[in-house]
Design a protein around this ligand. Sequence first.
Ligand code: NOJ
Ligand code: CA
Length: 703
Amino acid sequence: MKKSFLLLLLAGASTAAAQSAAPLTASLDNVKLTVALTAAGQPTYAVTYRQKPVVTASRLGLQLAHGNGFDGPLVLTGSETKTVDETWQPVLGEVKNIRNHYQQLTVHLRQPAAPGRKLDVVFRVFADGVGFRYEFPRQPNLQYFVLGEELTEFALPADHKAFWIPGDYDTNEYPYTVSKLSEVDNTQLVKGSNDIAVRNAPDAQMVATPLMLKSADGLYVNIHEAAQVDYPAMQLHVDRASHRLTARLVPDAVGTKAYLHAPGHTPWRTIIVSDQAADILASKLILNLNEPSKLKDTGWIKPMKFVGVWWEMQTGKSNWRYADSADTLNAAGQLIPNGHHGATTVNVKRYIDFAARHGIAGVLVEGWNEGWEDWFGNWKEAVFDFVTPYPDFNVAEIQQYAKSKGVQMIMHNETSGSATNYEQHLDTAYQFMNRFGYPAVKTGYVGRIIPRGEHHDGQWMSNHYVRVAEMAARHHVTVDMHESVRPTGLGRTYPNWLACEAGRGNEYNAFTTEGNRPEHETIMPFTRFMGGPMDYTPGIFKLRNYEPEHPERHVHTTLAKQLALYVVLYSPLQMAADLPENYEQHLDAFQFIKDVPVDWDDTRILEAEPGEYISTARQQKGSSSWFVGAITNEKARTATLNLSFLPKGRRYTATIYADAATANWQTNPEAYKISQQTVQAGTTLRLSLAPGGGAAISLVPVK
Ligand code: NOJ
Ligand code: CA
């Protein structure tokens, strides 16, 4: 990550403010921050956008478990401001260059009660929002301490429309509810779940971040956090009467919030705001608040498309298990294979062949290693050792075969929630990947966490995910974490941490009837994806009758929308999730998945409204080709795509993968039509999107 341009202006430091009651301010373009101390010594902040209130005077503070914290009256002892304007390049990303331009205000506070502890609050005001965090300077009377609660509030001026999921300590795999803040109640969602994740949302008014909000007068506001390291995830309690959101940190197994030390700091709290929904999706505020890459050598980090022995297991065609149950043993005490094991050498070679034939870089294989007979729901310390294949999975033979075909294997490390066990095996597991040629790993944390029943989103696990990313980097392995805490931009700091799941992926269409409603993917970019890429696993072509035992199950999109997701949902790791035989039925449409890249030089959000529609254009890394994805919710609509992003005077061949006139996610999802036309910067394409539909376009310069 090079710094190509750095401008640092010291705009002023003041200790005079210490005695003054006048509020402190910082602003950039349309965003203005005001920080004040109430008469009672309570620090507050407020944010406006074009003079409209975004967050009205809201409490700041931290309660320490053993008293004398930063929750009582505080004294302002000084403040400083500075402006930073620099541009940096992500290793992988949606754009080539990212401008980091902000005005910083640092506020120094003191706890007057003995022993006079010190706290700084650092604010960064960007053109598209505000980030702030608490910093604990080095001080004699505060070294190691336990946090009782963070007291940060976000007081909203009105009863906004909210796109929310429950604030669950252990999972984000929920469908989104769109409601007024005054209507937030997660009870039915938490109770009504029937999937395999642990569900744990103890308060009916708790919501998770990223939280997307829209005001009646058209302001779009997104609340989340950046750089969540050594600290629990922040969730928000909604006061339904006053629309005040209060931070609540995910506790540890015994209810403690966080173990901290000085010098140190919390993650950044982020408020992104605009009167254009597209600006929320284009924001780089969260990435900008993360630390630059800790890895010096990043040349080995490769984005990837992959297929895998996976959907066939999700849809019940094969299984992770080698045998039917641990009881199915022969006289010699060996497991008897049930004939449904998916990860056999023969089957894996079939996927390798398909990947090689179509230029797909990777093949993921789940269920290759011993342990799947009794891996789930038992809270066992050590289920997997991450290095012992089942007898019908020949790891060396597969390595040779993949190599001969120019295909890369992707490792799967399901931990069954035992992070303790995974940490004990980390070194051998990653050495195994190096030895057998696996440059990437998908991890998973299904079930209750060991140690102790820690929460997936608490401080201990947050540190665990970072330890895994660091260990993977040491072995030049890229990582995709399932059931982890939702991302907060840490992919900037650990560029080998390519993606997380941490949300409700396409897989819910396989193992539940409710699945993901057609609006789901029009909300995800405004919520889950604000923190970073997701392994959503798009690309399902057989959208009905994929599960003989559950003919009522549907994927809630058309086929063309599955294609559009490769552009709309940013990830440097994208699965082509369906089975080779289902792709063989539609090789003309599969061409788009072959062509679409996973790394970009530029991105334009052409039109967007959360819950309704999104159209995104992206320029392929190091190329003049562009790709467009347009999606809608359950309503049919016309996507209006103004191609003014194309370079002037250059003609492009547009290959358009659109819903057929009769397409409909429910009744006719696989009806698409492919057409070609020549377009240029002046062209506006108007494409009909079916209910639950979409369109995908590749734009290649005419030679
Ligand atoms: C849940 C993951 O999200 C899914 O992708 C995986 O196949 C299963 N766990 C088994 O590890
Ligand atoms: Ca999952």
